[in-house]
Design a binder for this molecule. Structure first.
Ligand code: 5RP
Length: 221
């Protein structure tokens, strides 16, 4: 199976967690795009969706899935999203698609977070994938210096403006042994909007797709 076929299988498998009459939080990326295709098949049964990016919103609208503003809903029952890396505690690096801030907001609101990923995203230690950080443009050089002080090698993501009109720094050279501590440290740098470490709010369930099928994982370490 190709990586995209694994992503498709896992995106469609997530449908089993969708309950009738609920608001579904929808992430961003190619795995989530498959999940949205699956969600269309139950669009008459759900109340609708809240979306983590302009790209996902456009796809949801095109497919006729009712879209809600997060401010207009009292709660989000479930959030389904991909990851760039996921460890044994279901902590993740996210933001490869630059949507990390809105993703983190919906993940925080959601009662249940289902991470959908192919097996290549599963790691023992987070940090091989460069850690995305969304930054206010005027703070770029300062935040870069602070990230270097923390042992990282930040790289400005060329030609990318986030949905919130900010920039992304991708931080290389990190071996993240205490993800919660690093998430707090980076979030506390003035000028940082969000770090793409999802450690304080990790996933509740990971659906991992491999040649052997899709596994529902709660914690594997
Ligand atoms: C977007 C994300 C994505 O979930 C992450 O990049 C994984 O993407 P894909 O499903 O395309 O591999 O965090 O900001």
């Amino acid at each position: 199976m190709t990586q995209d076929e694994l992503k498709k299988t896992v995106g469609w498998t997530a449908l089993k967690y969708i309950q009738p009459g609920t608001i579904v939080g929808v992430g961003t990326g190619s795995t989530t795009a498959h999940f949205i295709d699956a969600l269309v098949t139950v669009k008459q049964k759900i109340k609708g969706a809240v979306s983590s990016s302009e790209a996902s919103s456009a796809k949801l609208k095109n497919l006729g899935i009712p879209l809600f503003d997060l401010n207009d809903v009292d709660s989000v029952d479930i959030y389904v999203d991909g990851a760039d890396e996921i460890n044994g505690n279901l902590q993740m690096i996210k933001g490869g698609g630059a949507a990390l801030t809105r993703e983190k907001i919906i993940a925080a609101v959601a009662r249940k977070f289902i991470c959908i990923a192919d097996v290549s995203k599963q790691v023992d230690v987070l940090g091989c994938f460069p850690l995305p950080v969304e930054v206010i443009p005027m703070a770029r050089a300062w935040v870069e210096r602070e990230l270097i002080r923390l042992g990282g090698l930040p790289e400005y993501r060329q030609d990318v403006v986030t949905d919130n009109f900010n920039i992304i720094l991708d931080v290389h050279n990190l071996k993240i042994l205490d993800a919660i501590a690093l998430e707090e440290q980076i979030n506390n740098i003035p000028g940082v909007v969000t770090v793409g470490l999802f450690a304080r709010r990790s996933a509740d369930i990971a659906l991992i797709g491999s040649e052997q099928g899709v596994k529902d994982i709660f914690v594997w370490c």
